[in-house]
Ligand binder design. Structure first.
Ligand SMILES: *Cc1c(COP(=O)(O)O)cnc(C)c1O
Length: 468
């Protein structure tokens, strides 16, 4: 009986903390019998409290198997529907470097069959490093977004010279002029004249050619790709279908002067269920519809089915990492008796910086221990910088966490889906340290990047120990 009861209790806890659910990308997370957060890789299990004890906080924990599974699943899904629906184009997934440039992330994605997208000369220089170290097969395809500085263009030319299939995406007439003599394939980015209901729906967009500019462009040497990136955190199927339809019309028009154009790159933007309150898009359904629409529209216009390139970034990287903080203590909130401040040793400004981006990230928080606490507390979270905005109130609502009791000596906070953008967007406000990175793979737990020390940060600001 007792066993049955604990099982039921653990199931309820799991449900309460939104763990173990595919649609929230928490299928690998569970609560153990001691009320601690565990992560399951096959039959291997990582206890987050073990990581806390060994490496302290603030710590980012990356699970390569989550990233690998996501990459493999999406490539298989597109290929399956291409086959079922007898679609004639091919599918290429490009890992978006800017979503996380860490070697620990990039290499497993490539090993699963990802190509690469870069957004700057410095990101491309990492590709050069991999190439020099023979880290990948030269059949890998690299798309280059972002403003083409002289340094960027010469690196693109250098890597093309080394036999890499590298495709600069041209964004405006200046770049078109400067890449006129480029010998390899090129792409054009279009600023689609339509609205989708997502977080990048700006009336004035400074990326890419406007549709009417594009219509007048005529022949472009070696044009092979039409690219668009309509938004980020796009939560509706229509937000992918509408732009794809429009892009296929433009593709058909451009093809009249550019018969070698054979690919549509539909950019990034697939939503991540950060909040874990409602179901988002079913990827299976979306892929099915995208292939159907691409086929139907290109057949209607009498053009060859385009190859499809996907540059979803956060969809892959965000759910494969969590960030752990220590809860330092609590404090009553003046004039808000039912809620308390919980102070953390990290910061929303330095470690979860997207809390303020235009996307206004909401995060899902649980604790690493005491998940079985009998009593819960409504809290607002306060970060460790001196900034009054360094806090998280869930938009004036609250976060529900275990209530501090006399016996509780420590409590650790875990934020989900922190694998994209947070480390690069983060900073040293109040000289807080950038977090450590721990990697959990094949049952082994390894420190991959140390937490920044006071000494290292000091050096960044010219404090080299020589006081003249
Ligand atoms: C940022 C970016 C992406 C990835 O966007 P996500 O919202 O992370 O999927 C893809 N393509 C381009 C051109 C981008 O700028």
């Amino acid at each position: 009986m007792a066993n049955k009861k604990t099982k039921k209790q653990s199931k309820n806890l799991k449900k309460f903390w939104k763990l173990g659910e595919d649609e929230f990308n928490t299928q690998y997370f569970d609560v153990n019998a001691n009320g601690e957060l565990v992560v399951k890789e096959g039959y291997y299990q990582y206890n987050i409290m073990d990581i806390v004890k060994r490496y302290g906080t603030v710590t980012e924990v990356f699970f390569p198997f989550i990233l690998e599974n996501r990459v493999r699943d999406l490539i298989e899904l597109f290929n399956a529907y291409i086959k079922i629906l007898n679609y004639k184009g091919k599918f290429y997934y490009h890992y978006v470097m800017k979503s996380n440039q860490s070697r620990e992330f990039v290499l497993p994605a490539i090993a699963e069959g990802a190509h690469i997208e870069v957004s700057s000369a410095n990101e491309l220089s990492l590709v050069k490093k991999m190439l020099e170290q023979d880290k990948f097969n030269r059949k890998i395809r690299v798309t280059c977004n972002g403003p083409k500085t002289d340094q960027y263009i010469s690196l693109i030319e250098e890597l093309r010279g080394k036999g890499l299939l590298i495709i600069p995406i041209i964004e405006n007439s200046g770049e078109l002029e400067r890449l006129k003599k480029f010998k390899g394939e090129v792409g054009l980015r279009v600023n689609l004249d339509l609205k989708v209901d997502a977080h990048w729906d700006k009336k004035y967009n400074h990326f890419g050619f406007d549709e009417d500019e594009l219509a007048k462009i005529g022949k472009v040497r070696n044009l092979s790709m039409l690219h668009y990136h309509i938004s980020t955190q796009n939560e509706k199927i229509e937000g992918f279908i509408k732009p794809l339809k429009r892009a296929i019309e433009l593709y058909a028009k451009l093809k009249q002067h550019n018969p070698n154009l054979d690919t549509i790159n539909f950019g990034g933007g697939m939503a991540v269920p950060y909040e874990k309150r409602k179901k988002l898009i079913s990827v299976k359904n979306l892929v099915n519809q995208m292939i159907k629409v691409a086929k139907k529209e290109s057949d209607k216009l009498g053009v060859k089915h385009p190859n499809l390139v996907c540059e979803w970034g956060s969809y892959f990287t965000a759910p494969s990492q969590i960030t752990i903080f220590k809860i330092l203590g609590e404090k009553a909130i003046f004039k808000k008796a039912d809620t308390k401040w919980y102070f953390i040793d990290g910061s929303f400004i330095s470690h979860l910086t997207d809390t303020w981006s235009p996307v206004h990230h909401k995060w899902h928080f649980v604790t690493a221990n005491h998940l079985n606490a009998r009593r819960l507390q409504k809290v607002w979270l306060a970060g460790s910088t001196c900034d009054s905005d360094d806090r998280y109130t869930s938009s004036g609502n609250y976060v529900l966490l275990p209530k501090f009791t006399e016996e509780m000596t420590d409590l650790y906070l875990v934020a989900f889906d922190t694998g994209s953008y947070q480390y690069t967007l983060g900073n040293n406000h109040c000289l807080l340290s950038k977090p450590a990175l721990v990697v959990c793979q094949n049952g082994a737990v390894k420190l991959s990047r140390k937490r920044q020390t006071a000494e290292e940060i000091g050096k960044l600001f010219g404090w080299n120990g020589e006081h003249k």
